[in-house]
Design a protein around this ligand. Structure first.
Ligand code: NAP
Length: 302
């Protein structure tokens, strides 16, 4: 299938382009970006022109930040194209519900992707927790914003979500592996005095599940989740969900990496005429923004 990539920035270059190139399912037929290009691929600065001149592009993958994404997604769906959304799928829940309705009316596929859910050990953890009851759990998602989002001021603007932008990756894993849903009980957000979105977050969910997100972690980066069940089983996901150890035993994990797995899933969804829009990670983010205590943190500069 021919696919167009929109928003040729960090994640498009780091992950989308190589994953598409390595897959037999896809050919990159066009890009849309104000500045970025991909070698050998026709580049457009304007979405409408790309759509008009490429009626054979069946799928559009949107790699822009969440705030500008809705208009692009709606235009692609209305033009009868299947759409893949980077995470988080939108700036608000309501706009993603609106996209779902547009996709349904147009009879096309909408895939709200969660790349961390495709990490290699996530399904092993889900299987280990299935049919069990979680007694306690803790999520640590601690990384360096300067390394992963260099000079991307949008992450600190309204809708950029701050540390909840990587944190939603942790929540996308948590909501996938937990055998029953949890909900937020309390949260504390620390926001730099010169920014709009948080840089640290502490959360407490039901079932004694807690989470710590930190965007100022230097040195080794921590992306871990550990759950203990009422029968004493300990499930430990580390390396962003790519490694799973159950009661001290290393589990067999999936072979396909996160983005290749997303593109394989999209090919399957289009073939089967289905959509996949699970907003449960974003519901938690919305609840955190609603319920959290606010603290002012020192100013942040790149
Ligand atoms: P980015 O490099 O800052 O932006 C991606 C591209 O979006 C830019 O090249 C820009 O293209 C376009 N863009 C930015 N603002 C725009 C606007 N207002 N209107 C139209 N186009 C705009 O961001 P990124 O790191 O790739 O992140 C994009 C998405 O991927 C986010 O939702 C993020 O959560 C997700 N993601 C990021 C990472 C990561 O490590 N960075 C990892 C996984 C997922 P032009 O200016 O050239 O048009």
């Amino acid at each position: 299938m021919k696919i167009a990539l929109v928003g040729i920035g960090k994640i498009a270059v780091d992950q989308h382009v190589p994953s598409i190139a390595a897959s037999d399912d896809w050919v990159i037929a066009a890009t849309v970006s104000r500045a970025g290009t991909v070698d050998g691929v026709p580049a457009f600065a304007d979405l409408d022109t790309m759509l008009a001149e490429n009626p054979d592009v069946e799928v559009v993958s949107l790699c822009l930040p969440p705030v500008p994404r809705f208009e692009y997604a709606a235009a692609c769906l209305r033009a009868g194209r299947h759409v893949m959304l980077e995470k988080p799928p939108g700036a608000t829940l309501a706009e993603v519900y609106a996209l779902e309705a547009i996709a349904k009316k147009a009879g096309v596929t909408l895939f709200a992707t969660w790349h961390s859910r495709m990490a290699k050990g996530v399904q092993a953890a889900k299987a280990a927790l299935a049919d069990k009851t979680v007694a306690t759990g803790h999520v640590d998602w601690k990384e360096n914003v300067r390394q992963w989002h260099p000079n991307q001021d949008w992450v600190f603007e309204p809708g950029g979500m701050g540390v909840l932008d990587p944190g939603i990756n942790a929540l996308s894993i948590m909501t996938e592996v937990l055998p029953s849903a949890v909900h937020l009980k309390s949260a504390v957000l620390q926001t730099p005095e010169n920014r709009q979105t948080p840089i640290r977050a502490e959360m407490e969910f039901t079932n004694n599940v807690t989470a710590s997100f930190d965007w100022l972690q230097e040195g080794s980066q921590t992306w871990e989740q550990k759950f203990t069940t009422t029968d004493g089983t300990i499930v430990h996901l580390s390396e962003g969900g790519n490694r799973c150890v159950v009661d001290g035993h290393e589990q067999e994990v999936n072979e396909l990496g996160e983005y290749p797995a997303l593109y394989a899933r999209m090919a399957e969804l289009v073939k089967n005429g289905q959509s996949d829009v699970d907003l449960s990670p974003m519901v938690h983010v919305s609840d955190i923004m609603t319920l959290a205590q606010r603290q002012i943190a020192p100013a942040f500069d790149w």
